[in-house]
Design a protein around this ligand. Structure first.
Ligand SMILES: CC(=O)N[C@H]1[C@@H](OP(=O)(O)OP(=O)(O)OC[C@H]2O[C@@H](n3ccc(=O)[nH]c3=O)[C@H](O)[C@@H]2O)O[C@H](CO)[C@@H](O)[C@@H]1O
Ligand SMILES: C=C(OP(=O)(O)O)C(=O)O
Length: 433
């Protein structure tokens, strides 16, 4: 694990182009294994999760040419071999679970390690995925430290209704449905921008999908899939992160943003902390006239709140970024994580900066912002966006801070430190790992 050393207090200024969204890139990479045709992917980020998936492709015998300097990936899964006893799917990342449907389609078997939990946000269920595999005719059995999923023939189309709008379960449903001959429908489907982007890629390789971006998705599966060229969109998480960094340091950061239509709720959430976002000619800017300040609600006896839930609610992965704004803003705010039951414990680390945050239950915290903060040495849990939130607070405080175990940032944000330096930040990693 590597730490971030930050000399904070410098307002960040400049223009920046965000990278692709890890949570779109990874399901797309898994989906590539469904086709035998060559593909070219553009804008592939140099992040550790991508490297892990490409490593498994190489083990399977796929042709993989990745040029990280240009973000161009040439991929051809022409002749592949999978040995469930020998080949291990990448651990410590949630997306491995989306390799199961293409492995089933190709080899009739997949083995999933127990440790595919990704960020330590509390329970990351696999039962909804198993329900999906079984609905399509998959056979699931427990083996030591892993699950074995098999199918005795091609998957069969199905209709399914999810308990909740799970991102990766929706993607797994679409992946299974693409290889099942016939029509499959998912109700209570997730609709996040990355789920929609993944569906657009599936359409490009020849899968007919109706209802993408809504809660009911219909997939016409079983056709022969093609190849082609696909360029990834910009990551709304990274766009929001850079805008928030500009605001928390009192600077002026302008970020490339080709999809401002995804931002109305995110913009209103910034406004709750006194940050005004504008979108013009494909660029977004955070303007913060004066100090950060929590908006006072008109309703009496309530707190200004940020309520995170499946899209189109405020995105849960952005919640820590706004907690960082909350502790710097004058006033009190409530942050409500409706998705995860164990994603708020990290906020005790904020007290090391002198911040006052109270956890009222596993899902909710209240920030009492505006107290003067001092530099600190803090520990990040294995949560990408929390390492960033701790960095944000450090960057806004005069003096030397250290974010220990900040490596998870490398799972999602390529060249994070280099990008920040280009905006004027004084920050470095303690090691290259
Ligand atoms: C690789 C990838 O794409 N990871 C993302 C994906 O993970 P992932 O697909 O694992 O997240 P899910 O949408 O399945 O939700 C995660 C967990 O939250 C709980 N839950 C979720 C929703 C709900 O309405 N009720 C409920 O109880 C469940 O315990 C579930 O296991 O979506 C999450 C939620 O946006 C994001 O944090 C992750 O970054
Ligand atoms: C939680 C995240 O990723 P994962 O689901 O892979 O842990 C994330 O991208 O913030």
């Amino acid at each position: 694990m590597s730490n971030l050393i930050v000399h904070g207090g410098t307002p960040l200024r400049g223009r920046i182009t965000p990278s692709a969204n890890k949570n779109a890139v990874l399901p797309v990479l898994c989906a590539t294994l469904l086709t035998y045709e060559p593909l070219r992917l553009l804008g592939v980020p140099d992040i550790t999760d991508v490297r892990k998936i490409l490593d498994i492709f190489r083990l399977l015998g796929s042709e993989v040419q990745m040029d990280y300097a240009t973000g161009t990936l040439e991929l051809h899964h022409r002749e592949t071999v999978f040995d469930a006893a020998r080949h291990r799917l990448p651990e410590e990342m949630r997306s491995s679970i989306m390799l199961v449907p293409p492995l089933l389609a190709r080899f009739g078997v997949a083995r999933l390690e127990d440790n595919v939990k990704g960020c330590t946000l509390g329970v990351r269920e696999i039962d909804p995925h198993i329900d999906v595999f079984r609905q399509f005719g998959g056979l699931v059995e427990r083996s030591e430290g892993s699950l074995l999923v098999r199918c005795r023939g091609p998957l069969t189309p199905t209709d399914h209704w999810l308990d909740y709008a799970s991102v990766t379960t929706t993607e797994n449903f679409v992946l299974c449905a693409a290889s099942a001959s016939g029509v499959s429908t998912l109700t209570n489907a997730a609709s996040e921008p990355h789920v929609q982007e993944f569906c657009r890629f599936m359409q490009m390789i020849g899968v007919k999908i109706e209802g993408m971006g809504t809660s009911r998705v219909t997939v016409h599966g079983g056709g022969t899939l093609g190849g082609g060229e696909y360029r990834f969109d910009e990551d709304f998480h990274e766009i929001t992160t850079f805008l928030a960094l500009g605001a928390i340091t009192g600077g002026d950061v302008v970020v490339r943003n080709s999809a401002p239509e995804n931002f109305p709720l995110i913009d209103r959430t910034f406004a709750k902390f006194g940050v005004h976002i504008t979108h013009e000619n494909g660029w977004s800017r955070a303007d913060c006239p004066g100090a950060l300040k929590v908006q006072t609600p008109f309703t009496s006896n309530v707190l200004t709140k940020v309520e995170a839930a499946p899209w189109p609610y405020f995105p849960v992965d952005l919640l820590p970024i706004f907690v960082a704004l909350g502790v710097q803003a004058q006033g009190n705010a409530m942050f409500w994580n409706k998705v995860y039951d164990g994603a708020m414990g990290w906020t005790t680390e904020l007290s090391k900066f002198g911040a006052h945050v109270y956890q009222s239950d596993p899902h909710r915290i209240v920030s009492f912002g505006g107290s003067p903060l001092t530099p600190a040495v803090v520990e990040s849990p294995y949560i990408i966006r929390v390492a960033i939130a701790l960095f944000m607070v450090a960057a806004s405080v005069n003096g030397r801070s250290e974010i220990r175990n900040a490596t998870p940032i490398r799972r999602a944000h390529p060249g994070f430190v280099e990008n920040l330096r280009s905006l004027g930040a004084q920050v470095e990693w303690t090691s290259e790992e």
